[in-house]
Design a binder for this molecule. Structure first.
Ligand code: NAD
Length: 478
């Protein structure tokens, strides 16, 4: 059986413990590879390597750093098919989706930040002609990057690329549930001769490897994407050490559909925003609020379409939904569907596991109505192919529903009234608002959430600024 290895100081290494964890294919329910069960000893070696590599990497010219990163980007593109296959096997997502979205985005992440640093600039403040103050933005040192399983390589590279581009060295940990594409990325670094020790990848459990990265005194900056509870644990560790922290956490995103919307577009996009990647995208809409005038028509047409969505073998080009990522996650999603029924919800379609002839963890896309906005089903993140529908009458009412959770990541609004769109967008408590579209991602824009959905922003200059420390230099003019 294939064994994944850690990548430390440019070497493929076994974990110090020599212990390994099972890695499952969620479509078959079978163990298909083994991953290092690393611990603090491996993290210590990775930090040591990253620290040693920092002076040379941070003093390379921007062009040189950029070129190293572009080499990685090119090789990711060249190995697209293999990476997509690995991602689909590891995660359960449809192969076509990994080919179309996940892996190309990993290339784009490297390209985007590799070229962004060539166009960077900083501020100068003239103090009444007497002094000049300029801002130096310098890399910080060893950055810790920890990522989740839902978009494995896409989110892993979304952190690593700006950290590296701005001159830091990195100790990174992919999710133990989906480690394969990160392992292939370490092979790519090796193939293109990426400088040793600059990017180190340590595999293993969050409670061992993730916490060892967070706790390490020589890792002054942490970028984390994952669940809100894990974010709290990381924040508790990082705060007394005064580490710089970026947290991208959970969501419970509202999808607001006004009766003056373009119904065809709203229907088509809402199918995608509800069920893409089996509903396991932090940006998926999980609470659909539909204005009463079109509620019945929208509901009927939406449910008809959902019933047609094919669930099954992630390798098939015609499946819309593959497997959900793991057995515990499968059980969690089904338990939320049971909870929704206990809370008085009516399952309009779906709600059950799908056989798919593969022994894996498949769930029907599920639509539920008849719940209150305050019940647990509408308040807690399910992170699966489950959406609820609820009618509303007024703008004030729907804003209260939309803003009435502890989360605040993204929201979607459907209306053809431009003034209303601006008004609603301004009043939504989320870091991202899409109007008449969903998941349009311009990599320059600030990305992140408010409330329990996170702290800080990724993307564009926000990310480059996060990964650098601004220093004000003041010089008298006379
Ligand atoms: P998770 O919090 O369980 O794990 C995320 C990563 O953190 C994994 O690599 C894990 O091993 C590690 N980890 C776990 N415990 C740790 C600890 N004590 N210290 C340090 N690291 C630790 O999340 P998940 O289940 O992998 O991912 C799903 C969650 O991620 C959902 O809540 C989803 O909304 C969220 N998410 C958010 C965004 C965003 O941009 N806001 C994007 C994708 C996913």
């Amino acid at each position: 059986m294939q064994r994944i290895l850690n990548y430390i100081n440019g070497q493929f290494t076994e974990p110090e413990s020599r212990a390994y964890l099972d890695n499952y294919n969620p479509a078959t329910g079978e163990v298909y590879s083994l991953i290092p069960d690393s611990d603090a000893a491996d993290v210590a070696l990775a930090v040591q390597a990253a620290k040693a590599a920092f002076p040379s990497w941070s003093s390379l010219s921007r062009e040189e750093r950029s070129q190293h990163m572009l080499n990685v980007a090119k090789r990711i593109s060249e190995r697209l098919d293999e990476l997509a296959e690995a991602e689909s096997t590891d995660n359960g997502k449809p192969l076509w989706l990994a080919k179309k979205v996940d892996i190309p985005r990993a290339t784009d992440n490297f390209k985007f930040f590799a070229t962004a640093i060539l166009h960077d600039s900083s501020e100068l403040h003239d103090t009444d002609g007497l002094y000049l103050n300029y801002t130096l933005r310098q890399p910080i040192g060893v950055a810790g990057c920890i990522s989740p399983w839902n978009l494995p390589l896409y989110l892993f590279t979304w952190k690593i690329a700006p950290a590296l581009a701005s001159g830091n060295t990195v100790v990174a940990k992919p999710s133990e549930i989906t480690p394969m594409s990160a392992y292939l990325l370490s092979q790519i670094c090796d193939e293109v001769g990426f400088p040793k020790g600059v990017l180190n990848i340590v595999h293993g459990l969050g409670a061992k490897v993730g916490s060892a990265i967070t706790e390490h005194p020589e890792v002054p900056i942490i970028s984390f994407t994952g669940g809100t509870e894990t974010g709290k644990t990381i924040a508790r560790t990082a705060a007394p050490m005064f580490k710089k922290l970026s947290l991208e956490l959970g969501g419970k995103n509202p999808n607001i559909i006004f009766d003056d919307c373009d119904m065809e577009n709203a229907l088509k996009t809402s199918l995608n925003s509800s069920f893409a990647n089996q509903g396991q995208i932090c940006l998926c809409g999980s609470r659909m609020y539909i204005q009463r005038g079109i509620y019945n028509e929208f509901k009927t047409r939406f449910v008809e379409e959902v019933k047609r969505m094919k669930v099954g073998n992630p390798q098939s080009p015609d499946v819309k939904l593959g497997a959900v990522v793991s057995k515990p996650h499968f059980e969690k999603i089904l338990s939320y569907i049971e909870l929704a029924k206990e809370e008085g919800g009516t399952v309009l379609c779906g709600g059950k596991p799908v056989e798919a002839g593969m022994n894996g963890w498949f769930i029907e896309p599920t639509v539920i109505e008849g719940l209150t906005e305050t019940c647990r089903t509408n308040q807690e993140e399910i992170f699966g192919p489950v959406v609820t529908l609820q009618p509303f009458d007024t703008e004030e009412e729907v804003l209260a529903y939309a803003n009435g959770t502890k989360y605040g990541l993204a929201s979607t609004v459907w209306t053809n009234d431009l003034t209303k769109a601006h008004r609603i967008a301004a009043h939504l408590h989320t870091g991202i608002v899409w109007v008449n579209c969903w998941l349009v991602r311009d990599l320059r824009t600030p990305f992140g959430g408010v409330k329990n959905s996170g702290v800080g922003r990724e993307g564009g200059w926000e990310a480059l600024r996060f990964f650098t420390e601004p220093k004000n230099v003041c010089i008298p003019l006379s």
